[in-house]
Design a protein around this ligand. Structure first.
Ligand code: GLN
Length: 488
């Protein structure tokens, strides 16, 4: 039962076979049993979860159920919620209570969802392993000596271990797709502008986007349908975004006529041979389902990581300047003067990876270096975007590995930021180009999950959902529950 999909839970709720209170109890029990080991949740308030579930059952007794009525959904600690703390897993926000709900949280509540708690993440979403969290590392349910990916590692681990049927994450350079891949679940980053960023603690505003992390493709579609749409209070949330049939797109069982691009730059030396073999096998499967696999090139891919690690830290250095000891969270003791307060509050509150990003970003934006770094990175970004536009003249969707490697051991890369940054080599270009991307399970290497990434033109999540649903229907990777916590 706990490993059931969100859609199946909805069917059972709608048929009166279970209740929101029963489901809340089931997942709260699993959290109580397994969270000490995994550290997937950093905040949980069982009484509040049960109260929401009771309210949902009461609503259902009187009205037609809403889209996510009674369904438990966890959210990353980056989403502002009026209930409970919002800390972005940083000491600088320790004890911070947001005065309002993020737009997507309001949307989930309006759809009748039961919010389960806050999940662990890399501090300010900066990382690929959830090891920079100020609240302790999170562990991978497939092997608890390994990382769950990041930065939405808590959300991924919680779904993989069935501590919740679904969760929200955010993706600035891969933080939904990479942990989804590493934990063997599905994660969707919508087109930039599809989902409001209001009330999501900003990392890099031109790249950040929220999205679902679930077992199945359809579950991801269900959640995105509920959270997307215009928000007049986020000027980057597009008001006339093309409407798609989120659930209907998931009915596809074949790929007849679908042209899938296979970019040569995403099959490189240095990637894990097992990962490569899994992706090649997945593409063979797609061909059997009727797709045409076309070799393509995205020539500027190689520059994506470098451009991202100028643009994202630059935006972060500006966004994080607001944490100065005055308005939010951490303030140092007995400051001598204003400057001392700013300096020591920031020094005490931020972890070392966040400091590294702020320093890199401040440097890249400083006069004299701005043209050489920031402007140049923006030019590269335009070229990367153009690569995709050119490729989509030839193909409908693009398929790649999500991550070049499977889950690595905790601590293995913490002293080496550059190799850590390379974990995102296959996800970052999608954010730079503002495109939708999805990762879904496509096999195992030595017992660790591998993810297949789908990329589509802007606003064409329907193409991704169709292809990924057809692949999902033709394979049975989802039938294998994470070894940890085992029973299906
Ligand atoms: N791992 C990338 C980084 O460290 C991406 C993070 C994200 O998408 N939030 O910046």
């Amino acid at each position: 039962m706990p490993f059931t999909t969100l859609s199946e839970l909805k069917t059972r709720l709608d048929a009166g076979e279970t209740t929101a209170v029963a489901l809340a109890g089931l997942y709260l029990d699993r959290i109580a049993e397994h969270n000490d080991n995994l550290n997937a949740f950093v905040h949980i308030d069982p009484a509040h979860v049960l109260a929401q579930a009771e309210a949902s059952d009461a609503y259902r007794a009187k009205h037609a159920p809403r889209a996510l009525e009674g369904l438990p959904i966890a959210v990353k600690d980056i989403f502002c919620t009026q209930d409970g703390p919002t800390q972005c897993c940083s000491n600088i926000l320790k004890g911070f209570h947001a005065p309002y709900d993020a737009h997507v949280i309001t949307r989930l509540k309006e759809a009748g969802a039961v919010l389960v708690g806050k999940t662990n993440m890399d501090e300010f979403a900066m990382g690929s392993s959830t090891e920079t969290s100020a609240f302790g590392v999170c562990r991978n349910p497939w092997d608890t000596d390994r990382i769950p990916g990041g930065s939405s590692g808590g959300s991924a681990a919680a779904v993989a271990a069935a501590l919740t049927p679904a969760a929200l994450g955010t993706d600035t350079g891969g933080s939904i797709r990479q942990p989804a891949s590493i934990c063997g679940i599905t994660g969707l980053k919508p087109t930039y502008g599809r989902v409001s960023r209001r009330g999501i603690i900003a990392f890099a505003s031109s790249l950040d986007q929220a999205g679902p992390m679930t077992r199945t493709v359809k579950d991801s579609a269900m959640i995105t349908a509920a959270i997307c749409g215009h928000d007049s209070m986020d000027s980057t949330c597009v008001s006339d975004a093309p409407v798609i049939d989120w659930l209907g797109s998931c009915d596809k069982t074949d790929m007849k006529g679908l042209k899938i691009g296979k970019p040569k730059e995403y099959f490189v030396d240095g990637m894990d041979a097992g990962v490569r073999a899994s992706i090649e096998e997945a593409l063979r499967r797609c061909a059997e389902l009727g797709a045409e696999i076309i070799d393509i090139s995205l020539p500027h891919t190689e520059a994506a990581v470098a451009a991202y690690y100028v643009i994202a830290p630059s935006e972060a250095s500006a966004n994080l300047s607001r944490y100065d000891g005055v308005r939010f969270g951490q303030r140092c003791k007995d400051p001598e003067d204003l400057l001392d307060m700013y300096t020591r509050s920031r020094d005490e509150g931020f972890g070392s990876e966040v400091k590294r990003r702020i320093l890199t970003g401040t440097f890249a934006l400083s006069s004299g270096y701005y043209d050489a770094y920031y402007i140049k990175a923006q030019r590269v970004r335009t070229k990367i975007r153009q690569d995709f536009i050119d490729a989509f003249e030839q193909v409908d969707v693009i398929a790649t590995p999500t991550s070049p490697i499977t889950a690595f051991k905790l601590g293995e890369k913490t002293d080496d930021p550059l190799t850590m940054y390379l974990s995102d080599i296959f996800t970052i270009a999608v954010n730079l180009a503002g495109l939708p991307g999805l990762s879904q399970p496509c096999g195992f290497v030595e017992g660790l999950p591998v993810g297949l990434q789908w990329i589509a033109p802007a606003w064409r999540e329907d193409l991704i959902l169709g292809a990924a649903s057809a692949y999902e229907a033709a394979t049975d990777w989802l039938q294998i529950p994470a070894g940890f916590g085992g029973e299906a």
